[in-house]
Structure formats: structure tokens, C-alpha cells
Design a protein around this ligand. Structure first.
Ligand code: DSN
Length: 589
């Protein structure tokens, strides 16, 4: 039959996209991902997300009669379909009989996971349609407060979120935002200060829950403060929902008026968000604010993924994982402290650790800053993000790093491994010599580190990566998994290193200390090391897109790494002139 259905696997239909996905997958498995807001979503969840539920429009909500049903009742197809045929449903589109069941299943499982002692899942109202945490929070503002009302949230620079009323976010535009801050000395939430601020400012809503504050808030204290001024309490547990589900972090459901969370962080599910309340009237307002207030059709494939995620969240393995995530974060924090580094807010009882980079290294009065530190760790194989901390004045110039332990814990790493990660971070960042680079308007902060320390860091992180679990093996050939990897050098008399790209001649001009334009093929040259000391003898040959350096085979791996590191720009070439410009980038093969 002639049709226009596109059959075939991704590799057959679009090998380029398939290849790009393999590269991304390799990156995720060949580095240690320590982004606190990320996790490795199980294949079963991704399978549900890639399912034919993707094809469906289902504006509206499941029939109200599905609320409060147990799983077996929701999945009693004969009864549910008979009900649907006779009564229809609340949605605008037909063809949603299975959408209703998958959404009701996700809601029921969420209600069971977050049901506090003394309540039953029927008393929990769950919206699973918000497409992201920011959308969920914006809908909650719509449902709970009026334009011009005061909303009280933690300052973004101290650990709050964009959707907690940042001036650059829509949530900062319609309400009057008042920020509480951490105590200057302890760097901890100070409930007396928060109480006093609430008395003065009379907020209509208070938000507790954070993106870069590593301690669990006391939701009971927050509720008491909210009650004292007649405010709603919103618990935003976007980061910590998985830990709350597992009892490793306080569950605010039943304490806060409304709880929101994203489903792709410690929950390890699809990218999306959930809003929970125990108040049926608020539930109606929230549902209306999400749809039709903020969105049209829900992403039913993600809701299918959420149903799987909530099933996993009920397992003992999930609980054990969340417990280990918390233990690993404490071990990382203790390890950094043991190396003399300053852990911001004094430690952690969540999945997250903040490291003050300013305290690690200074050079000529220039401090190490978060952005360059995160770039250096990425080169080494640890992926994290720059982050503001108390004392920072500008969200664009953060002085800290934020680490999270969900992903590395999923891959089986434990406390001793966290100590090793802390030791390697300290080893490398302590060698940093920060410097500034002038820009049109001011300067950017950069830094260079010791090459040998960086390579030792690369080797030690590679060892942890080799130990860490992978969900499947990827073909190794052709993937530049580790940027400084030099495998492929076989025993030979000479090792050939190719330096290619538009900047190759200028790069070699500095690295060889000679103008390559003046050299003929076969010229004897010297690759310069730190402080321009001779590192290795080589012969130079022009090739079609650059130059080849033939060096003794046993020295080729190290020279390759050195040239790559110089091209990347974060290793010290000249101690007397740390910020010496080395042209690049070049491709070193
Ligand atoms: N951007 C997320 C985070 O990294 O914390 C929050 O939305």
C-alpha cells in the first residue's frame, strides 16, 4: 500500500542526528556529570517519552471521576472505556480515552508517593501538565496572588530561582517581590529574620525551596510564618523532590499550601513539572492557571514518562539511591573541606555542594572565579556549573561552583569516590593562577593551571569514569570521548602529531618559538614546554591543512596532550606572564 508513513530507524532515516546523539551519549557517560539539576533518566522512562502518546492533543483534564481511584481501578480498561463511551470527558478532543488513563495513573502514583502520614492519596490533588518548573511556578502565582501583591522569596544570589521573582523573569514583573537572605555570618536561613521581614512586608505568598541553597528548609517554621501574616506558602522542591519522595528530605505536602517540583532532577523523570495541593479549591485554581492559563495541550508522552518515574520512585532501590545521593554530597563537602577549600553555607544535607572559588586561588590580586573554574573542571572530566553565592554582586559574575551528586550516585559511585573527586578538584584548582582579560567594557576573569596537575586530574577522573556504571556500551572508535585521550598511538619509531586549522601557523610560532613560514619541510624544531624550556625535539612537515610534527613515539602522547592543553588555553605556559596570548584554537590529531 502507498502511504506516507516514514518507517526506518533513526540511524537509517537521519544518520547525522543519530551520530550526534551518540556523541552526546558518550559525553554523558565518559565524564562525571555533577550538575545538581540533572540526572540520568532511565531508559524505561525515555521509552515512554518516545511513545505514540507524543501524537495526541488532549487540552483539558481527565474526567473528575478518575480522581481518587486506585491504580487497579484506573487500569480496569473494560469499565473505564464503558464509562468514557457513555459519559465522554472534559477534554476538547476526542480520542483521549487512554490519555485520561495515563494522566490519572501519573496523578495517582504521584499522590501515593507524596502522601504524608495521616492523609490518603484521595486527599492529594496533582497537576502533571506544567511543561517546566518555571511554568508551574508562574501558574501558581496566577492562581494564588494578584498583580501588585507582595511575594517573599530567597534572593537569587543567595540560592533562589529565577521564577522566585527575579526582575528578569515574568514572576518579577507583576507582583512586588521582597527577598529574604541568608544570615551574613552563618550563611544559613535565619527564621527570626524571615519572620520579622514577613511582619514588615506582609506578603501574600512566601516561597521556600531553592536551587542553590544546600540545606533543607524547615517547612513547619515557614508555614507558621506564612500563617502569621495570612500568606500562602509555596514549597518549591524542584531540586529535591526525589529526596522528599524517598524520605531523605522533608516532604512539604500537607504543610505548604502548594508544592511544586520538576520531574527531571532528583526525580529522574521527563522534563516537566508537578504541582500538588491538598486544598480542592486551590487545586481548581491551579488547574485553570496551568490550562488554559499558561498552556494549551499537555505533552502526553511526558506524562507517560512521569507515570513510569513515579512507579520507580516507590521502589526500595529509589530510596536507597536518594539516601546515597545525600551521603555522597556530605562526603564531597567533607572532602573539599579536608583539602582546605571553603564550602559555602557550611556544608549540605541535600544533593548539592557549593564551593567558593575565590578562596582557592588568587594571583596578583585576581581571584579564581566560577566560570573559569567550571571550564577547567570540564576539561578534566567533571561537569558542574558556576553559581552565585552570598557576597556576589552580579549574577553574571559568580564566584562559586555548584556540584550535585545525583548522576554520579546513579552510576554507583560512593563516599570514597567523592573524596577522590574532592581531592582531584583541590589538586587542580589550587595550582590556578587567575588573570584578567580586557574586554570592550571591562575585563573577564580567567585562569591557568599546572599542566601536570591537570593531566593527573584527567587520569584520576578517567579511572572513576571507568569504574562508574554505564547503561550500555557505545562503540569507542571515532568518538573523542576524553579531550586529552591519546589512545591510538601505536608503537613506532616516530609519533606523528598533526596541528591543523587556520591558527596552526600562529600557534606553532609561539609553541615552537620559531616562525614556521621560515622553515622548510623536514626542519628540526623544538616543542617548548613550561617557561619555554625544551620539551621535545621534532621535525616539521607541511600537510594539507596544517603541519605535522614527528616526535619520538614514546613522547608523542604527552606532547599531544600539551599541545591540546595549550590550544584550549588553561595551562600555564609562562609563569612570568601567565596571560601570554597563545593563538588558537588548533586541532591536534
Ligand atoms: N536551572 C535549574 C538549575 O540548574 O537549578 C533550575 O531550574
Amino acid at each position: 500500500m502507498d502511504d506516507f508513513l516514514v518507517r526506518g530507524t533513526l540511524a537509517e532515516v537521519d544518520p547525522d542526528v543519530a551520530e550526534l546523539i551518540r556523541h552526546e551519549h558518550a559525553r554523558q557517560l565518559d565524564k562525571l556529570i555533577m550538575i545538581a539539576s540533572e540526572s540520568y533518566v532511565p531508559a524505561a522512562v525515555r521509552e515512554a517519552e518516545g511513545s505514540v502518546f507524543q501524537n495526541i492533543y488532549a487540552e483539558g483534564y481527565p474526567h473528575a471521576d478518575l480522581h481518587g481511584l486506585a491504580e487497579e481501578q484506573i487500569l480496569d480498561y473494560a469499565s473505564q472505556l464503558a464509562f468514557y463511551r457513555r459519559n465522554g470527558d472534559r477534554r476538547y478532543y476526542k480520542g483521549v480515552e487512554y490519555c485520561n488513563l495515563i494522566e490519572a495513573l501519573a496523578q495517582r502514583r504521584a499522590a501515593e508517593v507524596f502522601c504524608p502520614p495521616g492523609m490518603s492519596p484521595e486527599q492529594i490533588f496533582v497537576n502533571v501538565q506544567a511543561l517546566s518548573g518555571a511554568v508551574a511556578n508562574t501558574a501558581i502565582y496566577e492562581a494564588l496572588v494578584q498583580p501588585g501583591d507582595t511575594v517573599m522569596t530567597l534572593d537569587l544570589l543567595h540560592g533562589g530561582h529565577l521564577s522566585h521573582g527575579s526582575p528578569v523573569n515574568v514572576t518579577g514583573h507583576r507582583q512586588r517581590i521582597v527577598h529574604y537572605r541568608v544570615n551574613e555570618e552563618t550563611e544559613l536561613l535565619d527564621y527570626e529574620e524571615i519572620y520579622e521581614l514577613a511582619q514588615r512586608e506582609k506578603p501574600k505568598m512566601i516561597i521556600a525551596g531553592y536551587t542553590s541553597y544546600p540545606w533543607a528548609p524547615d517547612f513547619h517554621k515557614f508555614r507558621a510564618i506564612a500563617d502569621s501574616v495570612g500568606a500562602y506558602l509555596l514549597a518549591d522542591i524542584a531540586h529535591t523532590a526525589g529526596m522528599a519522595a524517598a524520605g531523605v528530605y522533608p516532604n512539604p505536602v500537607g504543610i505548604a499550601h502548594v508544592t511544586s517540583f520538576t520531574t527531571h532532577k532528583t526525580m529522574m523523570g521527563p522534563r516537566g513539572a508537578v504541582i500538588i495541593t491538598t486544598d480542592p479549591e486551590l487545586a481548581k485554581r491551579i488547574d485553570r492557571a496551568v490550562f488554559p492559563g499558561m498552556q494549551g495541550g499537555p505533552h502526553m508522552n511526558k506524562i507517560a514518562g512521569m507515570a513510569v518515574m513515579f512507579k520507580l520512585a516507590k521502589t526500595p532501590q529509589f530510596k536507597a539511591l536518594q539516601q546515597q545521593i545525600a551521603k555522597n554530597a556530605v562526603a564531597l563537602s567533607d572532602g573539599l573541606k579536608a583539602n582546605g577549600l571553603r564550602v559555602v553555607h557550611g556544608g549540605t544535607n541535600t544533593h548539592m555542594v557549593l564551593l567558593d572559588c575565590k578562596s582557592i586561588a588568587q594571583h596578583n590580586g585576581v581571584p579564581l572565579m566560577g566560570n573559569v573554574a567550571s571550564r577547567i573542571l570540564d576539561l578534566m572530566g567533571i561537569v558542574c556549573n558556576r553559581n552565585t553565592i552570598p557576597g556576589d554582586k552580579d549574577a553574571g559574575r559568580p564566584s562559586a561552583l555548584r556540584f550535585g551528586t545525583p548522576w554520579v550516585t546513579q552510576r554507583g559511585l560512593k563516599e570514597a569516590d567523592m573524596r577522590e573527586i574532592a581531592d582531584v578538584i583541590a589538586l587542580v584548582l589550587k595550582t590556578a593562577k587567575p588573570h584578567t582579560i580586557p574586554t570592550k567594557k571591562s575585563v573577564t576573569y580567567s585562569a591557568r593551571v599546572d599542566f601536570d596537575a591537570l593531566m593527573e586530574g584527567v587520569a584520576r577522573i578517567n579511572a572513576l569514569v571507568a569504574k562508574a556504571g554505564r547503561d550500555f556500551e557505545l562503540p569507542r572508535e571515532g568518538y573523542p570521548f576524553v579531550w586529552y585521550a591519546t589512545n591510538g598511538h601505536r608503537a613506532a619509531d616516530r609519533g606523528r602529531i598533526e596541528v591543523c586549522g587556520a591558527q596552526a601557523a600562529a600557534f606553532l610560532g609561539v609553541v615552537l618559538g620559531a616562525d614556521v613560514g621560515d622553515l622548510s619541510d623536514g626542519a628540526e624544531v623544538t616543542v617548548l614546554g613550561r617557561n619555554r624550556a625544551p620539551l621535545c625535539a621534532a621535525t616539521l612537515t607541511r600537510i594539507h591543512d596544517g603541519y605535522a610534527l614527528d616526535v619520538p613515539a614514546d613522547q608523542a602522547p604527552r606532547v599531544t596532550q600539551w599541545l591540546r592543553a595549550l590550544s584550549d588555553g588553561y595551562v600555564i605556559f609562562d609563569d612570568a606572564n601567565v596571560d601570554v596570548h597563545i593563538p588558537g584554537p588548533v586541532v591536534v590529531k
